[in-house]
Design a protein around this ligand. Structure first.
Ligand code: GUN
Length: 292
């Protein structure tokens, strides 16, 4: 078994991003600029957004955070998005999900200018992704592709089984792995909570992407010997063992799956770190005008 080490891969790519950001600053007189909007006090969202902002500083980007109470109206949020859309000093805008129930996430997503949609959630970016055109790729799937690339893993012709069909990870991942590209060129099966014979399906995967959001969901009896396992799960449980007061678990039963596989991502220290790299790369590409 070999570890797909998110710390190693993310640090290497962030060094490259920092160099490119410095060159961009020297040439344009400005830094790539990411804006995040955070609504409410969800613990996970707080942690992710803080990490996104911190990493922007690390690679020499400008970052801005706009925070709102849970009581913010949809109209207020939409007005803020319109304002940021028009701001020429902003390259990327993300609205952290999930949002409170009274706010329609589809409306929010579609109001963000697709040219600043560095999360890659806007229908224009999703449509262009399907057609293999330049676009912002959703950060987590993008991070997974960068991880496979960092370890020179050839995915061509392999059977990739994706577990979970979320808009953020599973669905875009299934499209990306099937595209005529490398990483890509896979035969893809997209499975989810209603799939019949899920175990038999996952057993067929040369590559398994676990993104169903349930602790230790993928067990050793479900994986083929020699498979490549990508664990997207970030399941938070309160714990007295850690300083932060919580512990993270993946969607894969790591300890028991490890002896069977060729490559595997740990949790924490795997895909989570790569998601940020995907976001930073999209923001840099936006600043440089490489996509639109
Ligand atoms: N919530 C969980 N993952 C994400 C993400 O990649 N982007 C945003 N905006 N919200 C999220």
């Amino acid at each position: 078994m070999q570890l797909l080490d998110g710390k190693f891969a993310s640090e290497k790519i962030k060094t490259e991003i920092a160099e490119e950001a410095a060159a961009f600053l020297a040439q344009s007189g400005r830094k790539p600029h990411l804006v995040a909007i955070l609504v409410g006090n969800d613990g996970g969202s707080e942690t992710y957004v803080a990490s996104k902002m911190k990493n922007c500083e690390k690679v020499g980007f400008k970052s801005s955070l706009f925070r709102y109470d849970n009581s913010v109206t949809e109209t207020e949020l939409l007005a803020k998005i319109e304002e940021i859309n028009k701001d020429a000093d902003v390259d990327g805008l993300i609205v952290q999900l999930p949002l409170p129930k009274h706010i329609d996430p589809e409306k929010i997503t579609e109001t963000i200018d697709y040219r600043k949609d560095v999360d890659g959630f806007h229908p224009v970016n999703l449509g262009r992704m399907m057609r293999n055109l330049p676009c912002f790729i959703p950060a987590t799937p993008y991070g997974i592709l960068l991880m496979l690339q960092a370890y020179n893993i050839d995915t061509t012709g392999k059977h990739c089984v994706v577990v979970g069909r979320s808009n953020i990870v599973g669905s875009p991942m299934s499209i990306l792995m099937a595209r005529n590209a490398n990483p890509g060129n896979c035969t893809v099966t997209l499975t989810h909570s209603k799939t019949h014979n899920l175990k038999e399906m996952v057993l067929q995967g040369d590559i398994v992407v676990a993104a169903i959001g349930r602790k230790n969901f993928v067990t050793a009896d479900m994986v083929k010997s020699g498979a490549i396992i990508i664990d997207v799960g970030i399941n938070r449980e309160t714990s007295t063992e850690t300083k932060s007061g919580f512990k993270l678990y993946g969607d894969v039963d790591f300890e028991n799956v490890v002896p069977k596989v060729s490559w595997i991502t740990p949790v924490p220290g795997g895909v989570g770190l790569m998601t940020i790299v995907g976001l930073l790369k999209n923001t840099l590409a936006s600043a440089k005008g490489e996509i639109y």
